[in-house]
Design a protein. Structure first.
Length: 517
């Protein structure tokens, strides 16, 4: 994963699977900052892949893209989640609303609120455990005495013990909550949501704590010092599968079987829990201004055909062969002119208008509009690529003639995000910052690529025999991303990233970061 951090925008680019990479933009909302952000992505696609405006239009690009806009997970530590005095803790809010239900309140909205808080609690628990484990795994990798003292992560020791204590406290609190929700007076929807939450947390504990055990055992020195922690974490992990089996949850691991159920079930539970974070997006395909220009293109082409018809009508009879030929030829040119003008408008107007406008709606009651996202994509000639983007594309060239050996087509994707901080802050206390995620599928990009491996004949210098070596054939698709945003002080900032995506016929081989400074 390639990650870069700024004061308001954090960007991360990572491989999602063999055919998709993901660009994730974290937006910190600040009422005092300008609430508009712009991201321009330039795809430099090798011409040998035969991708261009003739066969890869806007529709194909958007079909290959998935975009998600969601709230970022609120940051509340595991220890604080169980603190009764913390009013923002979803655990405390569930207990408070549950007390009203058990006291006889039959408001359906109250049950929905409890379910949303349970789902948010599941997201926070997953995020905190994931982040803690990542920190510990990184720290344990430097724990050996062979690593210089200056490079060791000094917080691992005390942090591990506190983490284990917080986990035990969380287990106790959740067990108590589960007992309260099992009361028959609690609505069925809440009890079913609690069952999903319970199964999900069990899977999260098993998955992430197993990684922590592996990291502890990979370092003999750390294992010797933190044996008590390893024993405690191991007890939690080994109890999870037995617990899910006892609860008759579907996600039970059975050694020796295909175990497709546990992976499928984990995906279902994750989508259910994280659904509380996702915002609604209402797509408005092709903004009206775009259609106006495309209409002008069609009108201009039609005007040409009419003028040609009138011109020849004055000189030849309507049933003469010259007039018929003139009408046919004008019709042919009319279609070509219309397509040419549409392409010209598409290329030239991308900087001012967008292909699509997406209204970002709060998924909470009322579905208030909290922002707008605009998108535009088009192929542009190399001469129209801005100088700053061209410089970054060529920054790793070895010689001045490198470009001639790797001809490319340039696809420009522009995205503008406008947020309404006053609406968001009025409606939400914890969910304010946003994640803007785009996943791009390169399957059609490599559809015409050559085979992933090629035999390369060579002469073995040892015995002079002619042999054949299997060599990998790859393509380099380069991305240059330009972020334009305002800092908290109101200053306009530009930030760049350059990524090399190594492809072959079978998909993405790897991502490489190219330093831009």
């Amino acid at each position: 994963m390639i990650e870069d951090q700024n004061d308001i925008l954090d960007s991360r680019i990572k491989l999602h699977d063999r055919h998709r990479f993901e660009v994730k933009l974290d937006i910190d909302l600040d009422a005092s900052a300008r609430s508009s952000y712009e991201v321009e992505t330039y795809f430099f696609i090798p011409r040998s892949l035969n991708i261009g405006p003739h066969n890869y239009g806007k529709e194909k690009f958007y079909n290959a893209s998935q975009r998600y806009i969601r709230w970022r997970i609120p940051k509340i530590s595991i220890g604080k989640l169980c603190d009764p005095s913390l009013s923002t803790s979803p655990l405390n809010r569930v207990r408070e609303d549950l007390g009203k239900v058990l006291a006889g309140a039959g408001d359906p909205e109250l049950a929905d609120k409890i379910c949303d808080e349970l789902r948010l609690l599941g997201c926070i628990i997953r995020g905190e455990i994931r982040d803690y484990v990542k920190v510990f795994v990184d720290g344990l990798a430097t724990y050996s005495h062979a690593v210089p003292a200056a490079q060791r992560k000094l917080f691992v020791g005390e942090g591990l013990g506190n983490f284990l204590g917080d986990l035990k406290g969380l287990e106790t609190a959740l067990s108590s909550l589960k007992a309260e929700i099992s009361d028959p007076a609690v609505p069925v929807k809440v009890r079913e949501t609690m069952a999903f939450f319970d199964e999900y947390v069990s899977l999260i504990l098993e998955e992430y704590l197993t990684s922590l055990i592996e990291a502890l055992r990979a370092s003999p020195e750390a294992l010797a010092r933190f044996k008590d922690v390893e024993t405690g974490v191991l007890a939690i992990v080994t109890a999870q599968n037995r617990y899910r089996q006892a609860m008759k949850y579907p996600s039970v691991l059975v050694p020796g079987s295909s175990n497709e159920t546990i992976i499928y079930r984990r995906g279902v539970l994750k989508k259910f829990m994280s659904g509380v974070l996702y915002l609604k997006a209402e797509f408005s395909e092709w903004e009206s201004l775009t259609q106006v220009f495309f209409g002008l293109a069609a009108g201009g082409a039609m005007l040409f055909a009419v003028l040609v018809t009138l011109f020849f009508q004055r000189r030849y009879a309507m049933d003469s062969m010259p007039f018929v030929l003139a009408v046919v030829i004008s019709y042919i040119f009319k279609d070509r002119i219309k397509d040419w003008l549409k392409l010209l408008f598409s290329r030239s107007l991308t900087r001012w208008i967008s292909d699509r406008k997406i209204d970002i709606l709060d998924s909470a009651e009322g579905s208030a509009r909290i922002g707008v996202l605009k998108e535009a994509v088009t192929f542009i000639p190399g001469r129209d690529v801005p100088p700053d983007i061209t410089r970054l594309r060529r920054i790793d060239n070895i010689t001045s003639v490198d470009e001639e050996g790797k001809p490319e087509r340039v696809l420009k994707y522009k995205k503008e995000i406008f947020l309404f901080p006053e609406v968001i802050m009025k409606r939400h206390e914890r969910r304010r910052d946003l994640n803007d995620i785009m996943r791009f599928n390169i399957r059609e990009v490599v559809e015409q690529a050559d085979d992933a491996e090629v035999d390369y004949p060579y002469v073995d210098p040892a015995d002079g025999a002619v042999r054949s070596a299997s060599c990998a054939r790859v393509y380099h698709m380069n991305l240059v991303l330009k972020y334009t945003y305002y800092s908290r002080e109101g200053q306009l900032n530009l930030h760049y990233e350059r990524i090399r995506i190594v492809l072959n016929k079978e998909g993405i081989v790897r991502l490489e970061e190219v330093r831009v400074a």
